[in-house]
Design a protein around this ligand. Sequence first.
Ligand SMILES: [Zn+2]
Ligand SMILES: [Zn+2]
Length: 265
Amino acid sequence: MLRIDFLGSGSEGNATLIRWDQTCVLLDCGFGPRKLKARLDQAGVAPETVDAVLITHEHRDHWAGLSLLSRREALQVFITRRTAKKVSLGKKAACQQVEIQAGTAFSIGALDVLPFSISHDARDPVAYVFTLPDGARLGVAYDLGYASDKVVEALQGCEYLGLETNHDPELLRKGPYPAYLKRRIRSGQGHLSNEQSAGLLRRVASDGLRHVFGMHVSKTNNRPALALRALTAELRQLGLRTPEVTVVEQDRVLSFPPKGQLSLF
Ligand SMILES: [Zn+2]
Ligand SMILES: [Zn+2]
């Protein structure tokens, strides 16, 4: 059975635990070791039980806590070759580094995983689609400036979607960031706005869609309510009333199914 624990998402750190029975993977681990440990504790997961870490790209908010986990020989770190050159596994690392390529699927325990390329100002950034043993798919894509046809193809028909809802264009425009940073965020190698995310959702949503998660929400240039509204409005326009929408926060662990509930959705 699928269990997802969002340990937090945003420019201060990203980490998502994805579990199916005994398989336990961490998608990015971008909180410092102490914070990552605390968030894993909150999710009720001991660091030793994490089988694998999947890294999306070399920005620190996606790998800063690797040293908490990398001392274990049994841990596998899945990463592209060019990203690995910019990421430190930690001084005492004993884990196995596994080189991956966009477009080439692999498996970790019960999960089949497909990395795919995204457009971002990093060396070889990827996002991932997980195929679960029951056939359902979970696609998670954040840190992308726009959604290419490849992204759409990878996410089309997923039952569970984690999509970047980084900023509200108006809040970004009026906000305190310097002009070069605003330009970077808006660029084709930056981050998806709420509206862009809704546009992506329009292209990939299917009748089988069960849950959409808004991710990498900027504390400065967005509000969770705006992200929620953009995604919800899009689903309504599409005539899809069943999928739920949840916005993942930076500082709070969000578990699905919520604690105490036995089966997911
Ligand atoms: Zn990021
Ligand atoms: Zn990034």
